[in-house]
Ligand binder design. Structure first.
Ligand SMILES: *Cc1c(COP(=O)(O)O)cnc(C)c1O
Length: 451
């Protein structure tokens, strides 16, 4: 590498020099990074977990804090040189508590999966019983999925949805009373309706269980009061920071009115157990640069611009759901009350085929299982659409209709040849691709913090 003796005095110097060095000295990697920016601008993402971080959040994640190794929590560290690290972590904690109205916030978890693992490892003994939402009904793998660690370490009981796609609370209660789980997990990955956290808590109390709410998918709607908050209803709440909080890859652990009460069966309070769950139990030094980015994202989440984005997410979801219904597609659960619209496919078109055919045309969307699913998770019979990215592009209801119109026309042109194989004329693909590009140009990704 060429010697460069310019001192790097601040964050802006670092970022400028970093980009210049990458371009000059690692053209291969710089090229891939640029290609990804181009891909994101020239495709339409309908992926329910996706959104773009703000440039400010991105810059915070690329800060000199990455050079600092610390363990412990602010004021109780095992290392020296922590003055700025302590300030940044305290800031992130303060913002997380304020945004969610929580008594306790832990900001060190590397992801929501880690946060869930940490909470479970702290509150359960191996072999304890866990009641979670089945993966094929919309639950997350870490809520007891057979291929995740939860399935291996705990005795897992699963609840699901009724045939119309709504959480079956009667089943939850019946299973909770029959199996007396140590913990009940609520929160979903692919669910379009409001989750009744109070009802879950009533069931947990009746069954003597702890309640964990995982709001990874709806954290922004919760933070802005567009979805009931689980913070006081659940004993513990987890979320990732990279879906609806437009933050870095990472997790949060939160607790409300139970934060300073004793964990049933243990001597310590929830807040104490949760701190120790992360370090020293499951994690070493946190990624402090990512904690800075979480602080940036949480700050943004308190702004009017974020509130307006959440408002658009809801409007967009309603517009997308009714546009699919106008094409006679079944919207699972009848409508959307959050950012997710779950579509049941038809005419032999599987989720795998739809996902692949749409991607060829520049529309990125995930296949998903639907109630009464008969196909495997790799094939499925549905699509799970989310409106976070569309709302960041300011796609209005008229634009939503055009997007859905395009999706439906593409699917109409697909001839399925099996569960994964299909035919879509290359000339048509090309034509659809141009129409997607035109929509991307009409609704560009901009710095959406403006206003
Ligand atoms: C996405 C998701 C997770 C996992 O988040 P990671 O941070 O990617 O591990 C956990 N729970 C739910 C409900 C999710 O939707």
């Amino acid at each position: 590498m060429a010697a460069n003796t310019e001192p790097l005095k601040n964050q802006a110097d670092l970022l400028r020099r970093g980009m210049a060095d990458l371009r000059a000295e690692d053209a291969e990697l710089a090229g891939i990074l640029d290609a990804e920016v181009t891909r994101q601008h020239h495709t339409l993402s309908l992926v329910s977990s996706s959104c773009a971080v703000t440039p400010g959040t991105l810059a915070a994640s690329a800060s000199a804090l990455v050079n600092v190794t610390v363990e412990g929590t602010p004021g109780r560290r095992y290392h020296a040189g922590c003055e700025n690290v302590d300030r940044v972590e305290s800031l992130a904690i303060r913002r997380a508590r304020e945004l969610f109205g929580a008594q306790y916030a832990g900001v060190q978890s590397h992801s929501a999966s880690n946060a869930n693992a940490q909470v479970l490892a702290a509150l359960l003994e191996p072999g304890d019983t866990l009641l979670g939402m089945a993966h094929d009904h919309g639950g997350h793998l870490t809520h007891g999925g057979p291929v995740a660690f939860t399935g291996a370490y705990y005795k897992v009981i699963r609840y699901g949805t009724t045939s119309d796609g709504l959480i079956d609370y009667d089943q939850v209660r019946q299973l909770a009373l029959a199996h007396r789980p140590r913990i009940i997990i609520c929160g979903a990955t692919a669910y379009s309706r409001v989750i009744d956290f109070e009802r879950f808590r009533a069931i947990a109390d009746e069954a003597g269980a702890i309640l964990l709410a995982d709001i990874s998918h709806i954290a922004g709607l919760v933070a802005t009061g567009r979805h009931p908050s689980p913070i006081d209803a659940a004993h513990v709440t987890t979320t990732c920071t990279h879906k609806q909080l437009a933050g870095p890859r990472g997790g949060l652990i939160l607790s409300g009115r139970d934060a300073h009460t004793k964990v049933p069966g243990l001597k310590s309070t929830f807040s104490r157990v949760l701190d120790q769950a992360v370090f020293p139990r499951m994690q070493g030094a946190p990624a402090v640069n990512m904690i800075a980015a979480k602080a940036a994202a949480l700050g943004y989440a308190m702004s009017p611009a974020f509130d307006a984005w959440m408002e658009r997410i809801r409007i967009t979801a309603d517009a997308v759901a009714s546009a699919f219904q106008a094409y006679d597609y079944e919207v699972v659960g009848g409508r959307s009350e959050n950012h997710t619209v779950l579509i049941r496919l038809r005419g032999g078109i599987t989720g795998a085929i739809a996902e692949s055919a749409l991607e060829c045309c520049g529309i990125i969307v995930n296949k998903n299982r639907v109630p009464g699913e008969t196909r495997s998770s790799l094939v499925t019979s549905g699509l799970c659409i989310g409106t976070g990215s569309m709302a960041q592009r300011y796609i209005d209801p008229e634009g939503c209709r055009r997007v859905v119109d395009l999706v439906c026309r593409i699917l109409d042109e697909v001839t399925p040849l099996g569960e994964q194989e299909y035919r879509l004329e290359p000339a048509l693909q090309e034509r659809f691709r141009i129409q997607v590009e035109a929509l991307c140009a009409m609704y560009p990704i901009t710095d959406y913090m403006e206003h």
